[in-house]
Write a protein that binds this ligand. Structure first.
Ligand code: 6PG
Length: 237
């Protein structure tokens, strides 16, 4: 099975579609659980959500988590929480008690254990695993997703809710959700933009070469939508 593909003229159109989906979800439920991703694509999407959906989405009905986090202080420019706080969470009326960040400032092992506890407490369990309503993922240039990189692809099948990973180039420690949790989500949304991603998108969607080396290829297609701009989708659109 191949995942659903949605191609947009650009990030603004992607953001508007996502905003409408989140608006509907927050009208239907008082506890929408969402796991955000890091990277550059979300920045443009957060900007549109603030500008055009601040008064439309019922932000207080959302519990915010992250699919992965860099093990840095929350005010570090590298922090995925810090990016979401600065560009979104500090600009829309969220319930601050419903933000569950990874404590990047403590030891990675302790941060993973602490994050796992908050997920167990705050996210409903379905099929014996936490089930997020929305799982936002990005696609790394190397085929990683969340913070599961090709050189540590075995982390995908961990029995744990989250694991400590390391960036292959910088050695930076990360805390990442694992594959079983990611795939247990009600809805997985890949946000993929830019020409640089077109090759990997083609390899994974069209199952070319040794695409299975890429953690992103392990994301369940049944409940996934690959939201892409025309540049990223140029080989599959
Ligand atoms: C991270 C992200 C990572 C990201 C991809 C795509 O913490 O770096 O979670 O998985 O989503 O690298 O990033 P872009 O949006 O910049 O393409």
């Amino acid at each position: 099975m191949t995942p659903k593909i949605e191609i947009y003229p650009g990030k603004k159109a992607m953001a508007r579609e996502f905003g409408k989906q989140l608006e509907q979800l927050t009208q239907e439920s008082e506890n929408v659980t969402i796991a955000l991703s890091g990277g550059s694509t979300p920045k443009a999407i957060f900007e549109i959500l603030v500008l055009e959906f601040k008064d439309l989405i019922n932000w207080k009905n959302i519990k915010f988590f992250w699919g992965d986090e860099r093990c840095v202080e929350p005010i570090d420019p590298e922090s995925n929480y810090g990016m979401a706080h600065d560009l979104l969470l500090s600009r829309v009326p969220v319930d601050k008690t419903k933000i569950f960040r990874v404590s990047g400032e403590i030891s990675p092992h302790d941060a993973a254990l602490q994050y796992e506890q908050s997920i167990k407490k705050e996210v409903p369990f379905i099929n014996g695993l936490p089930q997020f309503d929305l799982m936002i993922l990005g696609l790394g240039d190397d085929g990683h997703t969340a913070s599961i990189f090709p050189h540590q692809i075995e982390l995908w099948n961990s029995e744990n809710i989250c694991e400590v990973a390391t960036h292959p180039d910088t050695g930076q420690n990360r805390v990442t959700l694992t594959g079983n949790v990611i795939n247990n989500s009600k809805q997985i949304l890949f946000w993929i933009t830019g020409e640089k991603k077109a090759e990997k998108v083609d390899e994974i969607i069209n199952k070319k070469d040794n695409y299975k080396q890429y953690p992103a290829s392990l994301v369940k297609p049944d409940n996934s939508i690959w939201m892409m701009d025309e540049k990223a989708a140029k080989k599959v659109g």
